[in-house]
Design a protein around this ligand. Sequence first.
Ligand code: NI
Length: 176
Amino acid sequence: MIRDVLKMGDPRLLRVARPVTDFGSPQLRALIDDLFDTMAARDGAGIAAPQIGIDLRVVIFGIASHPNYPDADAVPQTVLINPVIEALSPHEEEGWEGCLSVPGMRGWVPRFSHIRYRGYDANGQSIDRTASDFHARVVQHECDHLDGILYPRRIRDLTRFGFTEVLFPGRTLSDD
Ligand code: NI
């Protein structure tokens, strides 16, 4: 089911979400289905449970190809539960981000360019991957939602935060 996405300003986006303890439950499956439906309906690259008002450490992401990021490599379709991220080097890269909870805007955000991330899939099977560049960016953005952090808080140069239609005139970019 497609769910409403909470927008910045809603206090539910600022919570530190609770870990999942009940893997394989029908409620968890329904949540994941709703996240996929909502992400697809909005052309998102990823979405986190708190964005639909669910206080659990669940994110999904994945991009075969995305018009907002024509140069980015594909990111595998992933359900990631109770994630832990570790930077593999202090090196950061800045890039444009948008968010379904910050509609109509984009910002220039620094992220670690090489990470390891661990967590669990919907069945409780462990996931342990390394990622770089765009894949690493998406994971860091989505997992930030689980700690109540929206990307504008990560922007260092606020002159590079603005309305999509002004920053990128003539391009149609979804909020992702
Ligand atoms: Ni987001």
